[in-house]
Structures are given as C-alpha cells and as structure tokens.
Design a protein. Structure first.
Lengths: 334, 328
C-alpha cells in the first residue's frame, strides 16, 4: 500500500497567476521568519521560536489542495502554515510580540497561533498531542455529514509517540477523513531519524494501519502539490484517512536555543542547494511564467508586507493584567 | 580566599557525572540527552565521555522510556530517566503513578523500583501555556513516590547521589529558570539528607515556607525585610513527599506566623497541604492565620507582564509579610 516517490518528475507548467501566488507564499514565509528571527535577537519576540525556513514547499504545496471549510492543525513550527492559510501577517506578528491585537490576545505567542474563523486549530506544542484532535474534528464532520477534510501536520519525531499510533489506528478504524502530513526534516530537535525510528521507511507506519500512504520530495513544490492533490482528492472521495510523508529539511536551528551540535555544516549546505524557493522561481523563469522584473516586484511586495507586520506589531498594546483570568472558563453559557 | 562561583547547571552536571563514575549500573536516558547535548545543555559532553550505552538518546516516547526505566530498575539497573520538561511528564504519568509508585505495595513488598526521574520544571521563560507548568503538586499527591524539589545549588549538586541510593522511585524537579544562576557552593560530605526540609535562613518573626524557585525569592524577600527590622525564617521544603512535618511545625511554633509561597496554582496545591498540617498541629501557637502566595489559577500566558503577574514575586512576599505583621 505504501508508495515510494521521492524523485522529481517533469511537471506540466502551472497557470501563471497560480505559479506567482505559490512563489509569493513561499517567499512570504521565508522573509517573515527571517524578520522574526531578527526581532527575536532584539528581544521583541521571546520564548521559543521555531523556524520553518527550508520547508516552505510543504505547507504551500499541501495547503493549496485544501478548501476554506477544511480543518488545519499544525505544530509549534506553524508560522508558515498560518500565513498560507490566510491568517494576516500583521496579526500573526502582533501575536508573536505578545500584544493583545494578536490572534490570541498575545497569550499564545509563536507556538500557539489559532484562528477559529479560518479553521486553523493551532499552534500545538505538545508533540503529537494534536493528532487525536484531528481525528476528532474529522469524526465530527463525519457524524454531521459535512463533506470536508482535516489536515494535520507533524514532524517525523512525533511518529515515535504512542499518540501517533493511537490516532492512526482510530482514524483507520473509524474511517474518518484526515490527511496526515508528516514533515520529515530528518531531525527531532537534535536526534536524527535513525536514532528515533527502527523502521525509517515512514510510509510503512501508515500502511501498517491500512491507511493509504505515499512519500514525496518535500523540496519540490510541484511534486508536493501533485501528491497533496491526489491525497486530498482520495480523502474527499473515500472519506478515509491518508498518510503523506514529505521529505524535507530545516535550514535553521530547531529553535533559538539550539547550538546544532548534532549535524554537519556540510550537510546543511548540501540541503540548501535544494532550496525550494530558487528551485521553483528558476523553473518559472525558464518556463517564462515569470520575468526577472516580476520576481523583483514580488520580493518588494513581500518585504513591504513584512515591514508592515513589524510596524503594526510595534504599535500594538498589552493585554491589561486585570484581564488575565478571562477565558479560563467560557463567558457565555450555552 | 577567593570563593569560586558555580552555575546551577554545572551543579546538576557534576552530580550526574559523579553518579555515572560511581556505579556502573547507572545510566542516563531521555530525549536529546546525547547528541543534542541536553535540551538545556545539562548533559553536554557526557555522551562523548561515557558513550552511547550510558547516555541513551531516546525517541519522543515519554511513556515508553519511562516505563522502560521502571523495568530496567526492576532488572537491577539504576536508571536516571530524564523527562525533558515537566510539561511532557504527563505522557509518562501513567507509568509513574500506576507502575513506579505502586509496584512495591501491590506486590506485597516484593518489587521495589530504584529509579530516579529528573525533569526540568517551572514558569518564567515566556513559553506559554503548554510549556510553563508548576505541577509538583500532582506528583506530591502520589503515595509511593519520593518527590524532591531542587531550590538551591547545594541540592542541585548533592541530591542525586542519595536519590540513587533510595530503594524506591524518586522524582526530582529542577528549574530551568535557575540554570545560569551562579552561587558559591560548599562541599557537603556524605551528601544531603533527602528526608528533611531545611532552614535556609533563621528568623523569629515569621516562617516563609517554600520550595523550588521560591527559595531564592524568599531569601531575597527576607533580606529586604531584615532591613525593615523583620526577621523572617526561610524554610525550604525540599521534599514535597513525604513532607517533613517536624521541621515545618518546629519553625512555625517558633515564629507563630507562616506564609507559604509557591508558583503552582493555589487550589489543591503543596501549600494547601502544608497549611492544613500547620492548622491541624499548631493552631494554638499561631498569632495570625496562615497565609499563602500562589500562582494564579490560569494557564500561563506568554507575555512577560502577564507571566510575572501569574506567579508570586519577591516584592509581593515582602508586602504580604509587612501587612500580616501590622495586622497581628
Ligand atoms: C511530548 C513532547 N515531548 C517533547 C517535546 C520537546 N520537543 C519539542 S519539538 C521536539 C522535536 C520534535 O521533532 P519533530 O516531531 O520531528 O518535529 P520538528 O520539530 O522537526 O518539526 C521536541 C523533542 C515536546 N514539545 N512534546
């Protein structure tokens, strides 16, 4: 049942507007996070900050296969997913600054972005803790006969948790429409895949539960798109879970507290040669879906939006201490 | 003579190194203890020094490796299980509560579990609601466990050895916010006593009873109070289970007043228990009702001003005590 697929194929050219939109999304994640890292060193952002840089093709490639009514769950490395889902950069940055104009009144910060309106269910920082939530969201959809799916992102490290195995089994047993997306970036903090998994062919772990599973080169945007389109269409058609492994790499440290003692600089450099952003923009330039001037305009637009997000966050205010206890319990009794 | 300063982190590391050197049955296992160098650099370099058999990186499988630690202890080893932070300890709580804490009693005294579980705990690094927990009371609730809270450098350096000698499971809470803190350290011959609370500062006017991150906060407050002519005694509980009633009650009998300080939220906490024992045992020695300063009853928010407001600060200890003494 497991399909291997880490090779890049030649793919049909995309419609120009779509191509530019996808490139824009990847660039936005990249520049937004570079700025966030800078603001972290300036102590504007505190706590943990996990960057997605290098993995952009996964969120962008998968999310384009989703519809607004679908549910999305991410980890603590979720700025990219939030941006692609359509959460506003300004409001995300305000949240990361801890300001009350942020998505969660500033209470969550970088690791806990939630937007109920866009069905973005976090921002979950207990590894694998959200997989069962995804099963439950899909179960509710099934019971209420809503034809929509739940997409759940997590790292390969999460697959060692019992919670992963319980969630996979439940999803398969109950036949609920969850698209499980493993972002295999080869390291769980500093522990390499080979030290965390006895079976390193991750697709087999989905297949073992009778779930259709596939793997894809997560550095290749168009490959991810195709795989995600197939996966999402399958889930929608069958109402059953699907397991997609995207093989990728994080270019930056695990968080801002990581000295990266566990991997070679040369390995990181090697993966940077496969940076999904230049790879995709070069393809578009070659296919003449994009001109050099378009690329510059895109960069300028992204930089401006990121600067606006910073300006906005800087202008925002703190939640008053007197409000701290609010929402420990619901204010409306229904 | 110049006294040398040492960080809390270095104290913890020296204790682990000494344990590994002293007993071949001891090994350390947990997430990122090896190649990463420890999530908080406590075990940095130990993999290189002792090798992968004794410094075992585990997958993200808290229930699995904690249970395996219990099994290895039953099998004659002396494991030190490191749970990266208290936030993830709930994934292992079933193993701790249903296996480690029960096996001896349930087996009619046959199977003891000589296991040490260390975890970093505490609030104060702006890590938000899923990474800022002071859940010591959850563990202190469980019969069968010895629960230790490392509030000083002395205990960071010297609690591990006696914990490893204990025939029963010992939970040790270390505090991430204190790792870089430097202090002088006096050698303690023969290690510290892990059955007793300790008076960290003597005083006659009031007992400040606390643990963990509260200890240095209380000492800071006591120093400030001394300047105002109030002599506060600081009682470091150290052992949250079984509680050392003797030391607590002797201190309160002497000072006639008590304030209990902890970061954990107020309801059903360590302070609730200590307060109850004081009232049960020395009610007639008290000059004022027992006071408590605890964490706010909310999931901990991310921004600094709210996080600070959610746990007791030294200034609040000072003002609460001044108020109490005026009213007395
Ligand atoms: C249950 C639990 N254990 C440990 C941690 C600490 N931790 C946070 S992220 C992480 C690594 C997770 O790796 P992976 O799932 O591969 O995702 P990645 O960070 O690589 O995206 C660890 C150990 C946690 N947050 N939750």
């Amino acid at each position: 049942m497991a399909k291997k697929g880490t090779k890049t194929k030649t793919t049909a050219p995309l419609a120009p507007e779509l191509a530019q939109k996808l490139l824009y999304q990847m660039l936005l994640i990249r520049r937004f996070e570079e700025k966030a890292a800078e603001m972290y060193t300036k102590t504007k952002i505190r706590g943990f900050l996990h960057l997605y840089i290098g993995e952009e093709a996964v969120a962008v490639g998968v999310m384009q296969a989703l519809r607004p009514q679908d549910n999305v769950l991410g980890t603590y490395r979720e700025h990219g997913h939030a941006l692609v889902r359509g959460l506003e950069p300004n409001v995300i940055m305000a949240e990361m600054y801890g300001r009350q104009e942020g998505y969660c009144r500033g209470r969550g910060g970088s690791m806990h972005l939630f937007d109920a309106k866009r069905k973005f269910f976090g921002g979950n920082a207990i590894v694998a803790g959200h997989l069962a939530l995804a099963v439950g969201l899909a179960l509710a959809d099934k019971k209420m006969q809503r034809n929509q799916l739940t997409c759940c992102f997590f790292g390969e490290g999460a697959m060692a948790e019992g919670a992963f195995h319980e969630a996979m089994n439940l999803a398969a047993l109950w036949q609920v429409p969850v698209l499980f997306v493993c972002e295999n970036n080869l390291y769980a903090m500093g522990t390499a895949l080979r030290y965390t998994h006895a079976q390193t062919d991750l697709t087999l772990k989905g297949a073992a539960y009778g779930i259709t599973a596939a793997a894809v080169d997560g550095m290749d945007l168009q490959a991810v798109m195709e795989a995600a389109n197939t996966a999402a269409a399958t889930v929608r058609k069958t109402g059953k879970p699907y397991f997609l492994v995207c093989n990728t790499y994080r270019f930056r440290a695990h968080s801002m507290f990581d000295a990266e003692l566990y991997r070679d600089k040369a390995e990181v450099e090697e993966w940077k040669q496969r940076d999904p952003i230049p790879a995709f923009s070069n393809t578009l330039l070659q296919q003449q879906l994009l001109a050099e001037a378009d690329l510059q305009a895109l960069e300028a637009r992204v930089n401006e939006e990121v600067q606006q997000a910073i300006d906005f966050a800087e202008s925002c205010s703190w939640e008053p201490v007197e409000e701290m206890s609010r929402f420990t319990y619901s204010e409306k009794k229904t | 003579m110049a006294t040398s300063l040492i960080t809390y982190r270095e104290c913890l590391k020296q204790a682990i190194r000494e344990a590994l050197q002293g007993d071949e049955r001891v090994f350390l296992m947990g997430e990122d203890v090896g190649h990463y160098g420890g999530a908080f650099a406590v075990s940095k370099g130990l993999l290189q020094e002792f090798g992968p058999e004794r410094i075992m990186d585990t997958p993200l499988s808290e229930a699995g490796f904690t249970g395996a630690g219990i099994g290895a202890a039953l099998g004659g080893m002396r494991p030190i299980v490191e749970i990266m932070t208290i936030n993830f300890s709930l994934l292992a709580l079933d193993q701790i509560a249903n296996n480690a804490a029960t096996l001896l009693h349930m087996s009619g005294g046959q199977l003891n579990v000589p296991l040490v579980i260390r975890m970093s705990a505490g609030i104060g690094r702006q890590l938000a609601a899923q990474h800022s927990h002071s859940w010591e009371p959850l563990f202190a609730h469980l019969p069968g466990l010895r629960v230790l809270s490392v509030g000083t450098h002395e205990d960071a350096r010297y609690m591990l050895a006696p914990a490893l000698l204990d025939p029963d499971p010992v939970i040790i809470f270390e505090y991430t916010s204190m790792l870089n803190l430097e202090q002088e350290l006096q050698p303690v011959e023969g290690g510290v006593d892990i059955s007793k609370a300790k008076i960290r500062r003597e005083g006659k006017d009031i007992s400040i009873i606390t643990y963990g991150t509260g200890v240095y906060k209380a000492l800071e407050a006591a120093a400030e109070l001394a300047a105002a002519g109030i002599e506060a005694e600081v009682v470091d509980l150290r052992v949250l289970r079984p509680l050392d009633d003797e030391t607590i009650l002797a201190s309160v009998t002497k000072t006639s007043r008590a304030i209990i300080v902890e970061d954990a939220s107020r309801s059903v906490s360590v302070s609730s228990e200590v307060s109850a024992r004081i009232t049960e045992n020395c009610f007639y020695d008290l000059d004022a009702p027992v006071q408590r300063l605890c964490g706010a009853e909310v999931p901990i928010p991310y921004p600094k001003h709210l996080e600070d407001a959610a746990v007791p600060q030294p200034a609040q200890i000072v003002s609460a005590i001044k108020k109490l003494l005026q009213h007395a």
